[in-house]
Design a protein around this ligand. Structure first.
Ligand code: ADP
Ligand code: ADP
Ligand code: ZN
Ligand code: ZN
Length: 749
């Protein structure tokens, strides 16, 4: 068989895994959160492919690659070069847009230079990143930064009282003396009583002035505050400014759309050229679905290849469920799921073959309706002769696999083995958690809980929302649904949170700011454990902190040493001094009920719950077990937790509260079908304790268990932004014009 063969993989929790991955096929990796999927797919297979690639092109790097830089495995055969299509946000500053990152803008520019009217030549004219095409006023950014007079001036004060608020303009400063010496102002008159001439002089005045400074006379250039501030701080290269200056400047400026180009970024000449009756600015602002329609009307033989290539790429955007995005959308504003799909479009259009594409949960952010389209694209990649590896939990994506590798049986130390490898058809009979959940589906909730009040959002108009006013019931689980781009995040993460700021957001982002953070420090149990050790040994509790003199001096309490390498990711090795135990030897002589602090930090939550009967520790340790983190070690660095694990650590610390509103955006990300049952149980517990839970979800198991559903749509972008349904899951089943209702009907059919 033509396959990649991995022998003896031992990264993280992997137990000497040996496995074959067929080439030119789609292999889906399944298993509960924390079972070891990422350890196998990303930390072993993709990391090794990357390392082999590095070896091929830089002798310098090769010479510096120590043995322990390799993933922990015996051997791997037949690997292809890997492209990891992950969910890291694209970022990229204001010059990076959907159009530039997919190369669609470049082709569109070419089209305008060839067949645009009037003909002006040069395709650089249509690039806002090129001096020939960019708007001179905003230099192609589309926005300009200006002095914010409301922040800069205190109109109730006179110049002598310090009406110019920036510290460099305060009374006595060099700049202030210029205004004082100008003779233009009554220095004791509050600004609000200035007449028109005085305002003009203060803001925009200009001229040469003989100024008396410190007893002498000099000729100075007088400048109004707007010009002066702009020259000194706004037009200056930010790289030349200290961080302190930059932060200070930020308090006195605002950003607005460029008045010259209206945000279009291009100069007048470029904006005047048309294709199919539209300027390039207009085409860039269209949603991809509309752009496809306009491009189809371009009728010029010389343009045919360009139009075809544009239709292919823009068509891929639509196919993958991003039809609501416009080319001018800045990539920094895209979600993780959207970023991943954009990267996919970029790769699909390039003609590579015999590559290995590795995807991390590509169904994230996708409505059930759009998963079928995603599958089409994954198949396209495979059919070009590529090997496709997908870590995924969605039943409909798993269903298209040519081969499934199921990791388990459970998480952490209870996982790390291949528990099933074979076809999807046979997976349903496999005695694994994944197999069981492929067979059984959760029932639709028919008895919903009664609400205890309402949390209203009024006149929400963020992004595409059309002045939405809607009630979120309190004391129940509300699920907000709708296709991608329909406005769910705008409604919940922006409008709801702005109008109900007391709500607590539980997301999957990394917890803890320091690399010394662990579940023990984050949940607060570490403080209590330190106190217990201190009392038992009659020493200071500080001794047992990683940040104190008790920490191993060689690794500063990290247990590992990081080595920076030029051109490569840093390397990590266990600290030789403390052998990973993180403390000085004298600290490890102190014991609590026969255990050292290092041994306690190496306990799993479950072991710790049995070891510490103390009242202050029991609730939180039990909560960790209850959210399914029984296997997690108290001292494991938070930076190594998966998104799902972070989410549960956060939930565990919330389990004892009541009367709180929780907001979660796609909490099922990274969660296996069995983890989702866990999550539902935690949510139920929060609701039973008198909390309100609001989640944005596509996952049908969560939707089926909602007490209340708010469905947005009907489509994404301009065709969305409305509440099209509010009610119970049973009501939604009977409601016709909704993609969510369609998906739900299919699920329960
Ligand atoms: P999955 O991708 O299936 O969710 P992972 O491969 O991310 O699982 O993790 C498998 C187990 O290894 C988890 O218990 C996780 O906490 C642990 N783990 C992951 N990375 C590290 C690391 N760098 N150090 C220690 N443990 C880790
Ligand atoms: P959903 O959460 O349902 O996927 P969003 O609320 O993210 O939808 O998006 C709704 C609409 O608002 C979409 O057309 C999207 O492109 C647009 N949008 C979202 N965020 C931004 C932003 N930062 N800038 C401009 N448009 C945005
Ligand atoms: Zn401009
Ligand atoms: Zn050490």
């Amino acid at each position: 068989m033509n396959s990649i063969r991995i022998v003896g993989a031992r990264e993280n929790n992997l137990r000497n895994v040996t496995v074959e991955v067929p080439k030119q096929a789609i292999t889906v990796f399944t298993g509960v959160s924390g079972s070891g999927k990422s350890s196998l797919v990303f930390d072993t297979i993709a990391a090794e492919a990357q390392r082999q690639l590095n070896e091929t092109f830089t002798a310098f790097a090769r010479a510096r690659l120590p043995k322990y830089g390799q993933p922990d495995l015996d051997s791997v055969e037949n690997l292809s070069a890997a492209i990891v299509v992950d969910q890291k946000r694209l970022g990229g500053g204001s010059r990076s847009t959907v159009g530039t990152i997919t190369d669609i803008s470049a082709i569109l520019r070419l089209l305008f230079s060839r067949v645009g009217t009037p003909q002006l030549g040069a395709s650089n004219l249509f690039s806002f990143n090129d001096p020939q095409g960019m708007c001179p006023e905003c230099e192609g950014i589309g926005r300009i930064t200006t002095l914010d007079l409301d922040a800069f001036l205190d109109r109730g004060k006179s110049l002598n009282d310090g009406a110019l608020l920036h510290p460099d303009f305060q009374p006595g400063t060099w700049y202030w003396q210029m205004y004082a010496a100008s003779g233009f102002f009554d220095m004791d008159k509050p600004l609000e009583r200035y007449d028109e001439q005085e305002w003009h002089n203060l803001l925009h005045g200009r001229g040469k002035l003989p100024v008396a400074v410190g007893g002498g006379q000099m000729n100075a250039t007088y400048e109004g505050v707007v010009e002066k501030f702009t020259r000194l701080f706004i037009k200056r290269d930010v790289a030349e400014m200290s961080e302190r200056t930059r932060n200070r400047v930020a308090q006195y400026v605002t950003e607005a759309v460029c008045p010259s180009c209206g945000g279009a970024r291009l100069n007048e000449a470029a904006r005047s050229v048309r294709v199919a009756g539209r300027s390039i600015v207009e085409l860039n602002a269209l949603e991809a679905t509309e752009l496809v329609e306009v491009l189809r009307t371009v009728d010029a033989p010389v343009a045919a290849p360009m139009v075809e290539s544009l239709l292919d790429r823009v068509g891929n955007l639509v196919t993958i469920g991003l039809g609501y995005l416009s080319l001018d959308r800045e990539t920094a504003t895209l979600s993780g799921g959207e970023s991943q799909r954009i990267k996919m479009v970029r790769h699909l259009s390039s003609a590579l073959t015999d590559m290995m594409y590795v995807f991390d949960e590509p169904s994230i952010g996708l409505h059930a309706r759009d998963v079928a389209r995603l599958n089409t694209l994954l198949r396209k990649l495979r059919d070009k002769g590529n090997t496709v590896l997908v870590v995924e939990h969605d039943r409909d994506v798993i269903a298209i696999a040519d081969h499934v590798i199921d990791i388990g049986p459970k998480a952490g130390a209870h996982g790390g083995e291949v528990v099933y490898a074979g076809s999807v058809a046979a997976l349903a009979d496999a005695p694994t958690l994944t197999g069981r959940h492929m067979r059984h589906r959760l029932p639709l909730k028919t008895e919903v809980r009664p609400r205890t009040g309402v949390l209203t959002v009024t006149d929400a108009a963020v992004h595409n929302l059309r002045k939405v006013t809607v009630d979120f019931p309190a004391g129940v689980l509300t699920v907000v649904t709708g296709v991608a781009g329909s406005g769910k995040s705008s409604l919940v993460n922006e409008a709801f949170l702005a109008q109900h700021p007391q709500a607590i957001v539980i997301d999957q982002s990394a917890v803890g700011a320091s690399i010394r953070s662990s579940p023990a420090t984050y949940t607060g149990v570490m403080d209590e454990i330190r106190a217990l050790f201190a009392k038992a040994n009659k020493v200071s509790p500080g001794l047992f902190s990683f940040n104190s003199k008790g920490a191993c001096p060689a690794c500063q309490g990290l247990g590992v040493i990081y080595t920076d390498l030029a051109f490569m990711d840093g390397l990590k090795s266990t600290c030789e001094e403390c052998e990973g135990r993180r403390f000085r030897p004298e600290v490890l002589q102190h014991r609590l009920r026969d255990r050292t602090i290092a041994e306690v930090l190496d306990m799993t939550a479950e072991e710790a719950a049995a070891f510490f009967p103390e009242k202050k520790l029991q609730p939180i340790l039990r909560a960790l077990v209850d959210v399914g983190l029984d296997y997690l070690r108290l001292g494991q660095p938070l930076s190594t937790l998966s998104g799902g694990e972070c989410q549960r650590v956060k939930l565990a610390t919330e389990l004892h509260k009541s009367g709180t509103v929780y907001v979660m955006d796609e909490p099922t990300t990274g969660l296996h079908m069995s983890d989702i049952q866990h999550l539902l149980a935690i949510i139920d517990r929060l609701v039973t304790q008198g909390n309100s839970v609001i989640v944005i979800e596509h996952n049908l198991d969560i939707i089926k268990n909602a007490d209340w559903i708010i469905d947005l749509g009907p489509e994404g972008g301009a065709a969305g932004g409305q509440v099209i349904f509010e009610g119970t899951p049973s009501d939604l089943l009977a409601f016709s014009p909704s993609h969510t209702a369609d998906a739900l009907r299919q699920e329960v059919a």
